[in-house]
Ligand binder design. Structure first.
Ligand code: SF4
Length: 320
């Protein structure tokens, strides 16, 4: 990745802001994006927030700064607009953990099951699903499905286990996929950090490898930790009276959390400095500029797939 000095970054940001006006473009960015990208975005949020924002936008040109499935979700919701991603190779290890063929085979083994897919999936997987969900609303989505219905939950096993535990349902089958960034968090990381920071609030993303242990610690050992989506973390810190927070998710969120609580004297630190998603970081400021200049790379979904996927995505957006 090319690194730029502060002045060059500012120059590129200025050009991006000018081009946004000239081209009537809108930039939607994920919380894990680099700070200089978050600063030029019209909206910064988690996957659910990004999808809700995409749905209501009127702009003819939308640049999605995030990984590929996020741009696909925007393209599914905005079939008449031009949706761009600055680097089409920005993938996701979690989305790659299940193929359409594997899902079809799984569905054939459970023909009466309802398929709930985490939003971190390809458009094709979404088109084979009944519902999509994000970490913000996964529990609500599952609770909206009749209790006697079998559920196939994919692709994140930690989120799946969390949902199974919270809803108390034993008819949820879980796909063994994981995100390589969140899977590296172990219960011992949390235990060690709790000992070192007894006065902090612990915020854990449900995709983390320690989620089920965290739930156990929270319930049985009365440890003050919170399992929250990235959007939920922002809300929690803003409304909390505490002034120290340890955050277990991709470190890009720290910039947004600090920016949104500026002046409130909150001490916000990542649990592990190495929680970095290299796919998210493939979107760089020079690529965002080039994307706007040349209107590349357009994300197009075949209509038959987009139409089916849209039903599952819209169900997710109705349950917030
Ligand atoms: S952090 Fe994990 S789930 Fe999120 S985009 Fe990166 S690989 Fe995918």
């Amino acid at each position: 990745m090319t690194t730029y000095d502060v002045e060059t970054i500012k120059e590129m940001q200025k050009k991006i802001l000018e081009l946004k006006k000239i081209k009537n473009a809108y930039i939607i960015a994920h919380n894990y994006q680099l700070p200089e990208i978050q600063d030029v975005a019209d909206y910064v949020g988690d996957s659910l927030g990004m999808a809700l924002e995409a749905k209501k936008t009127d702009y003819p040109l939308v640049v999605v700064c995030g990984v590929h499935f996020m741009a696909e979700t925007a393209a599914i919701l905005l079939p008449d607009k031009k949706v761009l991603i600055p680097d089409p190779n920005a993938g996701c290890s979690l989305a790659d953990s299940i193929t359409p063929e594997q899902l079809i085979e799984w569905k054939n083994k459970h023909p009466n099951a309802v398929v709930v897919s985490y939003v971190n999936t390809t458009a094709e997987i979404k088109s084979l699903s009944d519902y999509c969900c994000t970490s913000s609303n996964a529990v609500k989505v599952v609770n909206s499905i009749p209790k006697d219905k079998e559920i196939l939950f994919l692709p994140d096993m930690y989120l799946g286990m969390y949902v199974r535990e919270v809803t108390g349902r034993d008819n949820i089958h879980i796909w063994p996929g994981e995100c390589h960034v969140h899977a590296k968090v172990s219960p011992s990381d949390i235990v060690k950090s709790i000992k070192e920071n007894p006065d902090a609030d612990f915020l854990v993303h449900p995709e983390c490898g320690c989620t089920t242990s965290c739930m156990y610690m929270k319930e049985r050992q009365k440890i003050d930790l919170h399992i929250l989506s990235t959007g939920g973390m922002v809300k929690h810190i803003k409304s909390s009276r505490r002034d120290k927070f340890i955050v277990a998710t991709e470190i890009g969120i720290i910039y947004r959390l600090k920016k949104e609580t500026k002046g409130e004297n909150k001490d916000i630190k990542p649990l592990r400095e190495d929680m970095i998603c290299e796919y998210m970081k493939m979107i760089t400021i020079d690529k965002v500029l080039r994307s706007l200049e040349e209107e590349i790379y357009e994300v197009k979904i075949p209509k038959d797939i987009a139409d089916k996927a849209k039903k599952a995505v819209e169900r997710m957006l109705e349950i917030v």
